[in-house]
Structures are given as C-alpha cells and as structure tokens.
Design a protein around this ligand. Structure first.
Ligand code: 5RP
Length: 222
C-alpha cells in the first residue's frame, strides 16, 4: 500500500471509531493536514449523525464547509466529544510532534477541549524517540531571532520556515537535532521562552487513542 492509501485507511477507521459515540448534539474537533483531509471527506458521509465541527485551521474549515458540514467557533461550544487529527511523529506513549502544516497552536487548543483525542497516522510516523522530525515552534514575528537564540541554548538548530505565516499571523521555526528524551519537560521549557506561542510537542496532552496504518491493517494503540 502507498502512504496515501494508509492515510485513507486510518481516516476511514477514525470515522468508524467515532460514529457510535455521536448523537445530534455532538461536536467533532477536526485537525489539519492530508490525513485529516481524508477524515473530513469520510466524515461527510455521516454528517447527519452529529451537530457540527470545530476546525483547527482555516483550510480544514473550508473543506468541511465545502461538504456542507457546519463549522463552529470554539467559543460557541460547551463540549467536544472527540478530536481527530494527524501527526508528524508519535512515540509509544502517544506523545506527538505536530505542526508540519503550521496549524499546531489551534490544534493544541482544540485537543485541550476535547474529551478524547484520536490520532490518525500512517506507519511512517511511528518512532521510539521523538525528534527526527524537526520540531515546529510558532513564534510572534518580532521575537523570531530572540527565540532562535534561546532554542540554540536548549540544544536545537532552529530554521526559519520561510514564506509561511500561520492562521494566527505568526511565523514558524523548525528545530532540528533536538534530543527529546523528556517530552513533557521539553514542551514546558520551550513554551517558557518569551515570544513563543506554542510548540509542536503534544506531551502534556498526548493522544488518547492512535489509529496507525500498517501493511497488515489499521492497528489501535491506547
Ligand atoms: C498540521 C499537523 C498534521 O497533523 C501533521 O503535519 C501531519 O500531516 P499529514 O497528515 O499531512 O501527514 O500537525 O499542523
């Protein structure tokens, strides 16, 4: 199977996984990226089974709306039964690196609100230790150089993602060569740097369930 077929398989599995949990009042949180896009397309097939969605990016909101699926402002909803999103890396503790699509801040906010976070990923995203994928950090533009110097002090090699502006009007630094042995502490340490909006480590709020696509089929990890 191609990587794309594995993404489609986990997206389909996610819809099957969440469907029995939904009723006419349910709000579904929806992530960002190519795997999340497949999820949106399959979610459209059951759009009568829930109230609506909250999107973690403008791009996902547009795709949801194109299927006729209602998209709410997060401030307008009281609870969210589930959030479904992809990842750039996951370790066996279901701690993640996210933000390859620059949507990490809104993704982290939506994940924080959801009762359950379901991560969907093809098998290439599975690692023992996080950090081979450069860690995205969203930064207030005027703080870019300051934050970069502080990230070097933490042992990383930050690279400015040129030409990218987040949905929040900020910039992204991708941190290479970071030894992430204590994900929770690293997440906190980076967030302490003045000028950082948030970083792409999802360790304090890891996924609750991982649906991972392998040649042998979709595996559920909890
Ligand atoms: C976007 C993300 C995505 O979930 C992550 O980049 C995975 O993307 P894809 O599903 O395209 O492989 O964090 O900010």
């Amino acid at each position: 199977m191609t990587q794309d077929e594995l993404k489609q398989a986990v997206a389909r599995a996610a819809v099957d996984y969440i469907h029995p949990k939904l009723d006419s009042d349910s709000i579904v949180g929806v992530g960002t990226g190519s795997t999340a896009n497949y999820f949106i397309d399959y979610l459209a097939e059951i759009k009568g089974s829930f109230d609506g969605t909250v999107a973690s990016s403008e791009a996902s909101a547009e795709r949801l709306k194109s299927h006729g699926i209602p998209v709410y402002d997060l401030n307008a909803i009281d609870n969210m039964v589930v959030y479904v999103d992809g990842a750039d890396e996951t370790n066996p503790a279901l701690e993640l690196i996210k933000g390859g699509g620059a949507a990490l801040t809104r993704e982290k906010i939506v994940a924080a609100v959801a009762d359950e976070f379901v991560c969907i990923a093809d098998g290439s995203k599975w690692v023992d230790t996080l950090g081979a994928f450069p860690l995205p950090v969203e930064v207030i533009p005027m703080a870019r150089s300051h934050v970069a110097r502080e990230l070097v002090k933490l042992g990383g090699d930050p690279v400015y993602r040129e030409g990218v502006v987040t949905d929040n009007g900020n910039v992204i630094l991708d941190v290479h060569n970071m030894a992430i042995t204590n994900s929770k502490q690293m997440e906190k340490d980076i967030n302490q740097i003045v000028g950082v909006v948030t970083n792409g480590l999802f360790a304090a709020r890891a996924a609750d369930v991982l649906l991972i696509g392998r040649e042998s089929g979709v595996e559920t990890v909890t």
